[in-house]
Design a protein around this ligand. Sequence first.
Ligand code: 5GP
Ligand code: MN
Length: 319
Amino acid sequence: MKKIDEVLAGCRSVAILGHVHPDGDCVGSCLGLYHYIRKRMPEAETDVYLEPFPKEFAFLNGADRVRHEFDTEKVYELCIVCDASDRQRLGKGAEILDRADRTVSIDHHKTNTGFAGQTFLEAEISSTCELLYEMMEEEQVDREIAACLYMGMIHDTGVFKYQSATARTMEIAGKLMSTGIPFTDIIDRTFYQKNYRQSKAMGQALLNSSLYAEGMLICSVLTAEELKRFEASSMDMEGIVEQLRLVEDVEAAAFLYEMEPGIFKASMRSRECVDVSETAAAFGGGGHARAAGCTLYGSREEVTKRLLERLEQACLRKG
Ligand code: 5GP
Ligand code: MN
């Protein structure tokens, strides 16, 4: 029996949770798991809880069944958390986790704190969706499940180009493709396509950027006031830090945006050697060596100074 079936055996109620500000891998893994459980155990009561997510992901089957209001009174026999490395990352979902009889974390973040009763952690695997595929019975993975897992895989590998993508990643992607999923559409509509707000915000972020550490580090900030001007929200920030990282000779990129006055979300990426998860962890965040994030509190000047001090040191050490 594959691992996920062992976890599910005999279970009558399951809550599936992901992290706050759900990204492609988070939404893909939660919905992929949802369809798998519905297929394997149609009698079980299965609910997915996620914060509102970008509408590009809404084409996935089951997206309309995701609950955005967290039922914190309900007690589930099993709570499975996908793609979240610590309890704080669950937001309101933490209350559902705390009440559940049994808790399981399925994750690929090396900063996973072991917050769940049982942890399936594979930090070398490029996405939680890829890990989930490895935990599922292969012949049970139909088109509906495949579309979800494929979407998560492309998001966490930058459409298969990051170092984290392996020959096995491509092999699994091939198997998912062979179920007949509209893969071109999934890539274009959920990854590359930008709406007008996103494109304006990206433009401003690129204009605001500056180089540090002898050109090895790039950083940009969007303030709450700028976001308001473009009518952009946190859901429109996807892809900006990736674009910064593509600047020639840059080893590490940081992008911060002001979620609320004095509260900044930082996203970091690196190319080859700087471990940005160390910097993120130093500020209470986490992630992977090449992609990590954290939240910083203070004025724009304070938070950028604090973050850049560490990142600059990391770049110069490796440079
Ligand atoms: P992003 O920059 O796209 O928000 O996140 C990059 C990676 O870092 C993702 O794997 C994400 O889950 C992780 N990450 C981002 N922000 C945080 C945070 O505040 N805490 C933790 N633990 N991980 C984060
Ligand atoms: Mn992920």
